[in-house]
Ligand binder design. Structure first.
Ligand code: ASP
Length: 595
């Protein structure tokens, strides 16, 4: 080793010892005849004092070094003079008196400072990711990630799970996104697909009798780009045999609590995860991944406005659509401009307009363009139902159920942001269960699975598949934390006739099904055990535990929101020879918007 200790290790008790450290020059200060600098490595920083009186040679070397030079320093550990200790630094009680300094490697001036937490343009950070990774923020985040994954491995190992790798070059997996395709050179015109998840393979492992499987699995989905999405991401992929829903939920709950306690810098809000049915979640929050750390819940007022003079509401209710609202405390004094901003937001979410009622903080008078259409009794009815107080603002949406949900969910999140809610950052996990088996809207005339096509309907709902498929609830469960879906899974269909029936409903012919995953259907005929699984998303969980808003902050080498790698400049063009070998011709390359 080129060093005896790390830069974060030395304490008072090492005083008098001769040690060798190696690392990067953090910052150098020249005090005339004495040079000071911090030497940094992943474990911390140590102050080095270079006194020409002690070693002229060391002084001469250090006179020439700059920020980020790689040095090896040998010297004596010394207690810092009284009053000069640095309580903010783990090694702040000591300093290293340099006797010998070797420049292991010089460095160019970095494009941003490594040792300060100042805001740096993200594209610059991504281009020089290896320098960004030297900074404490990412070191902290990757350490949390390591601890979380290690905890998961140990926890599952203790519970008799086997970690099994599955192929990256595989076949299309039906998770609903577009596949990344890999052309086969040896089979011209044929393609592998990168797995969107190891879904089929983990189910095959259950057929194979492995009973408890997990994998820290990389998944690939060629989805439409969004700010916080990555084309490749990591999930804890799991599957278990001979289990029922609650076995999976209880195990994951214990795993999450242990993981947070071991790795997280953001604490748990509580330890028993609440369970909400899908119906309740969308009714109260407008979404199936609610942030339950604050109220502002949706309240239905259809019955109160059904026969009001406001025709939009009356007509909507008559057509069977809802009128719902949220009550925002303290925003009754909003200006016309603030309200029209909210209306724009509502329109982006699909609304045709935004109705509101504001209660004056002192006079308690109710204002708003729609007030004149309501009787005093109706207005009192609404404010009472909304539990609105003087100074509050009631935002109302009326449209189809789906639009109302989306609009009020958007407004709820926006108003929480404006009110600074939640006040404290904690991790509020909850389960959403009892999902409908199919999406509410048909896709090309067929039912669309709300999870994936291997998710089992509730046993008692199987007869409804013939009469009212939309009423069928499934054995799907999602784990939600602070408004993010952090895991999704289900108890699976393991009998072939039931699988066939579901496929028919979603418009999959048996031939198509056989071509895409005949291997799985065939396997189910060789004694498939009842089984189920789940897949928590590692990136999002680590981001939440690190208090980071974006999953890029917890990935060593992420891509941009445009799915590009700014450091290696990928995706990139390839040599014609490579294309020829793959029998691929690139025809027409439409310009992609950059940014
Ligand atoms: N394969 C699913 C997913 O990636 C998870 C599961 O059903 O276990 O979302």
């Amino acid at each position: 080793m080129l060093k005896t200790h790390s830069c974060g290790e030395l304490r008072q008790e090492h005083g008098g010892q001769t040690v060798t450290l190696a690392g990067w020059v953090n910052r150098r200060r020249d005090m005339g005849g004495v040079l000071f600098f911090d030497l940094r490595d992943r474990n911390g920083k140590t102050q080095v004092v270079v006194n020409s009186g002690r070693s002229q040679a060391a002084f001469d070397v250090v006179s020439e070094v700059h920020r980020e030079y790689v040095l090896q320093v040998t010297g004596e550990v010394s207690q810092r003079p009284e009053g000069q200790e640095n309580p903010d630094l783990a090694t702040g009680a000591i300093e290293l008196l340099a006797d010998e300094v070797v420049i292991l490697n010089p460095a160019k001036t970095p494009p941003f400072l490594i040792d300060r937490d100042e805001v740096v343009d993200e594209s610059l950070r991504l281009k020089y990711r290896y320098l960004d990774l030297r900074r404490t923020r990412l070191q902290r985040n990757l350490t949390i990630r390591h601890k979380a994954v290690k905890f998961i491995r140990d926890f599952l190992d203790e519970r008799d799970f086997l970690e099994i790798e599955t192929p990256i070059l595989f076949k299309s997996t039906p998770e609903g996104a577009r596949d990344y395709l890999v052309p086969s050179r040896v089979h011209p015109g044929k393609f592998y697909a990168l797995p969107q998840s190891p879904q089929q393979l983990k189910q095959l492992l259950m057929v194979a009798g492995y009973e408890r499987y997990f994998q820290i699995a990389r998944c690939f989905r060629d989805e439409d780009l969004r700010a916080d999405r990555q084309p490749e991401f990591t999930q804890l992929d799991m599957e278990m045999s001979f289990v029922e829903r609650d076995d999976v939920l209880d195990l994951i709950e214990e795993l999450m609590i242990g993981m947070v306690k071991t790795a997280s810098i953001v604490p748990l809000a509580y330890e028993k995860f609440p369970r909400l049915s899908y119906a309740e979640a969308v009714a109260r929050y407008g979404t199936d991944r609610p942030d339950v750390r604050f109220g502002l819940e949706l309240v239905e007022i259809s019955d109160l406005v059904a026969d009001s003079a406001f025709r939009v509401f009356a007509a909507n209710v008559a057509a069977g659509n809802p009128v719902k609202a949220i009550c925002v405390p303290g925003c009754g004094g909003y200006s016309r401009k603030q309200l029209s901003d909210l209306e724009s937001l509502a329109k982006e979410a699909g609304a045709k307009g935004l109705a509101w009622l504001a209660i004056h903080p002192e006079t308690e008078e109710i204002r708003g363009p729609i007030v004149k259409f309501f009787s005093v009794k109706q207005l009192i009815g609404i404010t009472e139902r909304m539990e609105a107080k003087p100074g509050d603002l009631i935002l109302i949406s009326s449209d189809t159920e789906l639009v109302v949900r989306e609009v009020l969910h958007t407004l709820r999140m926006e108003m929480a942001k404006r009110l600074g809610l939640p006040k404290e950052n904690k991790l509020a996990f909850m389960w959403v269960i009892d999902f409908p088996l199919f999406e509410e809207t048909l896709e090309e005339g067929h039912y669309a699975p709300s999870h994936h096509m291997f998710t089992a309907p509730k046993r008692e709902h199987i007869p409804l598949l013939d009469t009212d498929p939309h009423a069928v609830l499934s054995e799907q469960y999602d784990l939600v934390c602070n408004g993010f879906e952090v895991a999704g899974g289900s108890i699976r269909i393991w009998e072939r006739p039931l699988q066939r029936k579901i496929m028919e409903l979603i418009g999959f012919s048996m031939e198509e099904a056989m071509a895409q995953f005949g291997h799985l259907l065939e396997a189910f005929e060789y004694g498939a055990p009842p089984h189920g699984g789940i897949a928590p998303g590692i990136d999002r969980l680590v981001a939440l535990m690190a208090g980071e808003p974006n999953i890029r902050e917890v990935m060593a080498f992420p891509k941009t929101a445009q799915a590009t790698d700014l450091m290696s400049d990928s995706p990139s063009e390839v040599a014609q020879k490579q294309l020829d070998e793959l029998h691929i011709a690139v025809v027409g390359t439409p310009q992609v918007e950059s940014g």
